[in-house]
Write a protein of this length. Structure first.
Length: 127
């Protein structure tokens, strides 16, 4: 691939990554608000910041740019989405709290869609 075509392809993949990120953020904000309401009713305190692992990932990603960032970010997103889907699937089928179980079942299709989008973008970023 010529250098010009490679830059164009990287730019298109980056634009797709940004658009998909915006979609994901909107859906997650809605789900987070619902989860906050459930937690408040049950007197559960949710974390307000990043845990050590997430902070380390953020620190690592902030040192990257361009194609290196896109690739590393998407690999991390794939890993996280796969874990989220597995956790929500488990909770939606065997959860003990009916309200949390219903939330997991309701949110699972969106997470599965996000995983599929992440897989598609990861393929585009690799090219």
């Amino acid at each position: 691939m010529t250098q010009r075509r490679a830059r164009k392809h990287h730019s298109e993949a980056h634009d797709t990554l940004n658009a998909r990120g915006d979609e994901r953020t909107d859906a997650l904000e809605k789900a987070n608000e619902e989860l906050k309401e459930i937690a408040a009713k049950k007197n559960i305190t949710l974390p307000t910041g990043l845990d050590a692992k997430a902070q380390a990932t953020r620190d690592r990603l902030t040192k990257l740019s361009g194609a290196q960032f896109d690739h590393a970010y998407m690999q991390d997103m794939l890993k996280d989405h796969k874990a989220d889907v597995a956790e929500f699937r488990k909770e939606s089928t065997s959860g003990q709290d009916a309200e949390v179980k219903a939330f997991a079942a309701k949110t699972l299709p969106t997470l599965e869609e996000h995983l599929k989008m992440a897989e598609d973008v990861a393929i585009a970023v690799k090219k």
